[in-house]
Design a protein around this ligand. Structure first.
Ligand code: XMP
Length: 525
């Protein structure tokens, strides 16, 4: 892999993602990993990330300078750029000219391998106090900014290069190109990380983990991650996998069919559906507090899943082999954990243990499951690409994120069957219109919310109405941690508003949520 050495930057994960966008496999590793740990990973190149500190500070995060003598290509970014400068004999100083945010990069000479044929001046995104004063010997300086006379350098013979700015952020519009040129033109790497290769190697790994006769179970939520994880495991072990889908009655229009028909048709997976709508709605009756709703749904979900797992175990994943399958224990649980979760829980260094997931997905206490997490090294866009590779339908693969508690947390007020029905209609209209306007790529998700406890006066036909408002909450985001409200075209909003007020009974008003996150969350509850 290309190892991104994390100096405590908020960007290490993003760098790894950008490397993979160049179709080269990349992992994040902590800066305090030992030389041996790094060598054991057999890195194709090292990328030193940015970091908060000055390289000369006492507590500055460090790496073993011997790393630079291994003959491995190195790319330094921001703090990493200064780190490699200091390690290779150049100088770094606090020049008193900090740069934060957008600045202008001026490419000098022919631009070298990194900046050749790119615009002579280009915006880049910076965040630094110290600056490189003199490049190490043998390195050519290829660009500068007002606050950083040495803003980029490279030494093709050593296969090393670096930039003071952050090429990984979108505010550096040529950043991805520059990073890609390092990988291809300086480090000499080939783009081999493709969906087909990823799928093939994951399937082989699953086979190795589950063995010749292990049985596995996978909870499907209707979302992308569990669907792709399930599909991979199905490819690997066939009918030794049983998928469990809990229909809690809080899903959107068409989602149950997507799982029951489309997923099964595309994968041939064995599926057990638990019909639990009445149970969930029964427990939710009279409850309007958001946290209370979430608790009830979480608890009932665990119960339903447990029940289904119990049946599968008792039946020995019924229908497997004819002989002794009845007594066989299901000992693997498939989960759709993604790489960002792994990195955030400290797993990026390869040393942190995964949390024991005993009650994730609601496992009975007395059942010992081993986890199969085929997506734990993938980012969301890679998961989608693998899903397409496996032949999953586009409706599943490009589906927007949808919360586990479903429509229950999009009804402000008590959840009832009638209100769910109404919200489902409004949500379907919004989705249909956004899709037909070609806007799916621009929005991260668009919750549609029913303000069931609010009424306002309207006039429809010749009469006065006293109905509920529907809120549209379209947001743009890269990871749901922060979000901005999406500037949808007025014409599209108009069609959605007209259709919802015409077609959904009891709704006489449509409003648009124009709050970013923070301060608002994406969901209303
Ligand atoms: P918020 O509302 O916190 O949502 O800004 C961030 C993202 O998480 C989704 N979300 C959930 N997903 N279970 C989930 O699986 C939940 O309980 C849950 N609550 C929020 C939300 O849709 C958004 O993508």
């Amino acid at each position: 892999p290309v190892l991104v050495v994390d100096f405590g930057a908020q960007y290490a994960q993003l760098i790894a993602r950008r490397v993979r966008e160049a179709r080269i496999y990349s992992e994040v590793i902590a800066h305090d990993a030992t030389l041996d740990e790094i060598k054991a990973k057999n890195p194709a190149a090292l990328i030193l990330s940015g970091g908060p500190a000055s390289v000369y500070a006492d507590d500055a995060p460090s790496i073993d300078d011997a790393l630079f003598a291994l003959g491995i290509p190195v790319f330094g970014i921001c703090y990493g750029f200064q780190k490699m400068t200091a390690a290779l004999g150049g100088t770094v100083e606090n020049t008193g000219t900090s740069e934060f945010g957008r600045t202008t990069l001026t490419v000098g000479g022919d631009g070298g391998r990194l900046h050749r044929d790119l615009p002579e001046t280009q915006p880049v995104w910076m965040s630094h106090n110290d600056s490189v004063k003199a490049a190490p010997e043998g390195f050519t300086v290829t660009a500068s900014t007002p606050g950083a006379p040495v803003a980029a350098f490279e030494c093709v013979a050593k296969q090393m290069a670096g930039v003071q700015y952050h090429p990984e952020v979108l505010h550096s519009p040529h950043g991805q190109e520059v990073l890609t040129r390092f990988l291809y033109d300086v480090a000499g790497l080939k783009p081999t990380w493709t969906a087909a290769n990823i799928a093939e190697s994951l399937i082989a790994d699953i086979r190795a983990q589950v063995g010749e006769d292990g049985l596995a179970i996978c909870g499907l939520s209707g979302g992308v991650d569990s669907a792709v994880a399930g599909a991979l495991v199905q490819r690997a072990i066939g009918d030794r996998l049983t998928c469990v889908f809990v229909d809690h009655g809080l899903l959107r229009a068409g989602e149950r069919e997507q799982v029951q028909t489309d997923f099964v048709a595309a994968t041939g997976a064995r599926l057990v559906t638990v019909d639990a709508e009445d149970i969930f709605l029964g427990h939710l009756a009279g409850v309007s507090d958001p946290e209370e709703k979430r608790k009830i749904i979480g608890r009932e979900f665990i119960r339903s899943f447990e029940g289904a797992v119990g049946e599968v175990v008792a039946g020995g994943a019924q229908g497997g082999s004819d002989q002794s399958a009845g007594a066989q224990q299901v000992d693997f649980l498939v989960q759709g954990t993604l790489y960002p979760d792994v990195v955030e829980s400290g797993g990026g260094s390869g040393t942190a243990n995964i949390k024991s997931h005993h009650n994730v997905g609601g496992l009975p206490e007395d059942l010992e499951f081993k986890l199969v997490e085929p997506l734990r090294l993938l980012f969301k866009d890679e998961v989608r690409a693998v899903g397409r590779e496996l032949g999953l339908p586009e409706e599943i693969v490009s589906r927007q994120p949808f919360p586990g508690p479903g429509l229950a947390i999009r009804i402000v007020g008590e959840v009832t069957k009638d209100r769910l029905e109404l919200l489902r209609k409004a949500d379907l209209i919004a989705r249909e219109e956004l899709t037909s306007a070609g806007l799916d790529g621009q929005i991260w998700q668009c919750p549609v919310v029913l303000l069931a406890d609010v009424r306002s006066v309207g006039v429809q036909g010749d009469g006065r109405t006293y109905g509920h408002p529907i809120v549209l909450r379209p947001v743009s985001s890269e990871d749901a941690m922060t979000a901005d409200w999406t500037r949808l075209p007025y014409e599209v909003l108009e069609i959605i508003s007209t259709r919802i007020t015409n077609e959904v009974p009891d709704v006489n008003r449509v409003v648009l949520d124009v709050t970013s996150k923070p301060p608002g969350t994406i969901e209303w509850e």
